[in-house]
Design a protein around this ligand. Structure first.
Ligand code: PLP
Length: 415
């Protein structure tokens, strides 16, 4: 079943949790040696890599050391090329619509800075926008006179589709929103936004950095023209990897902000020709081991099934949220109608950094999200920082119990 956000859901996933018997949790944990070392609720930072990914990366690094980097790349040609096919399956697009780039930010930048803004043209964005994107908006506003406008949230704290509809006019050049923000469980209504963009023939750039890998993403259903994400988070790929999707008929209209001899060919003394596929957004030198590992990570996610991953991640996160909400002095801050694997909270009287430190001493990994990463949202809610606990399918109910028992004891001991 597909919901309006372009996500496939179990009907009422809270009532039909993906539990131990439906999801082979033992295998998931066997494949994830890190589970024995830590309680990892920092999947929105970087998830624990599964064995096949680690093997692919280290195997290629070893090959580079043994036979030479260029020779290893040649020998692994098929595995390197496979990453484009893997993403085409994951996102429901064509392999030539994918560029592999070193992280989500640079992938997003390559698309955004390719857009030729004129003075007065409007960029519509979300309250939850990621800092690096907003900094780029500010730079383009200063350099080219583009105008940044923020779509208000609705009563549930997600992008108001109604408000967006009312903001559309001839001067809107781009709708650029963050699907799942870095600092909480919100899932913005990407598909409804896509419908508006399509009807009005406006370019739509989706930052899907936190959503790819934890939920099904179909670029055709969402209707985005460009989409960026990273390898190390919910996809469980290696660090230093990311990708960009650009719709086929848009690729050749976009001149990348940076070119090299991989993105373009120097054909005569005064002339270059930019390649016709999305690899025009890549550069020549690349992290081959990471690229191979990223392809394996996508295959690995596809083998589990994105619907099953999403059902289990939402179930675990909603369990964690419910348990935390029951602890006195704990405030849970997640917005939106539909929530994902990220759970954000604070404890009255304690700074998020102190809480993170206490948890780290117990080998429990969380992250602290600060206002500087999502300033519009955090300043708007008067939140300088929150603890971000983000679960993945290999986490367990037992880990949630252990985590919440510790938080609960901590609050009791310090009241
Ligand atoms: C929503 C969002 N967008 C973009 C990024 C940047 O990703 P990367 O560090 O791979 O550039 C992040 C990282 O946390 C993020 O959460």
């Amino acid at each position: 079943m597909q919901n309006p956000d372009g996500l496939y859901l179990l009907e009422n996933s809270r009532d039909q949790p993906m539990n131990k018997t439906e999801f082979d949790i033992l295998r998931a944990r066997r494949d994830t040696p890190g589970c024995e070392q830590v309680l990892h609720f920092n999947n929105a930072g970087a998830a624990l890599m599964p064995v096949p990914v680690v093997d692919a990366v280290t195997g290629h690094l070893r090959l580079e050391a043994e036979i030479g980097g260029y020779e290893a790349a040649e020998a692994a040609h098929e595995a390197v090329e496979h990453v484009y096919d893997a993403f085409s399956q994951l996102l429901h697009c064509q392999p030539d619509e994918i560029a592999i780039i070193e992280n989500a930010t640079r992938a997003w930048d390559m698309a955004f800075y390719a857009l030729p803004f004129k003075s007065g043209e409007r960029i519509l964005t979300s309250m939850a926008e990621y800092a690096s994107n907003y900094i780029a908006f500010l730079q383009v506003a200063r350099r080219m006179g583009a105008v940044i406008e923020v779509i208000p949230n609705d009563e549930n704290g997600q992008v108001s589709v109604e408000a967006l509809q009312k903001m559309i006019d001839q001067r809107v050049k781009l709708i650029a929103i963050t699907h799942v923000p870095t600092n909480g469980g919100l899932v913005n209504p990407a598909l409804e936004i896509g419908n508006i963009a399509r009807q009005a023939d406006i370019l739509y750039l989706l930052d899907a950095c936190q959503s790819v890998g934890q939920m099904p993403i179909d670029v055709q259903a969402i209707g985005c023209d460009m989409l960026s994400a990273t390898g190390r988070k919910y996809l469980r790929g290696p660090r230093g990897t990311g990708f960009l999707y650009v719709r086929r008929d848009l690729i050749e209209q976009l001149e990348p902000p940076l070119l090299d001899l991989h993105a373009a060919t120097w054909v005569t003394k005064d002339k270059y020709e930019i390649r016709a596929d999305a690899r025009r957004f890549e550069n020549w030198e690349t992290y081959y081991a990471g690229k191979i590992g990223l392809g394996v990570a996508v295959d690995y996610a596809l083998a589990w099934g994105l619907e099953d991953i999403w059902a289990r991640v939402s179930y675990l996160a909603s369990t964690l949220r419910t348990r935390l909400q029951q602890i006195p002095r704990v405030q849970v801050h997640d917005l939106g109608l539909q929530k994902c694997g990220i759970v954000s909270f604070t404890i009255d009287g304690w700074s998020p950094q102190e809480i993170r430190g206490k948890l780290a001493a117990q080998k429990m990994n969380v992250h602290v999200s600060s206002a500087a990463s999502t300033r519009l949202d955090m300043d708007g809610r008067g939140l300088p920082r929150v603890v971000r606990a983000s679960v993945h399918y290999y986490n367990t109910e037992e880990e949630i119990d252990r985590f919440c028992d510790f938080v609960s004891d901590f609050v009791r001991r310090n009241s």
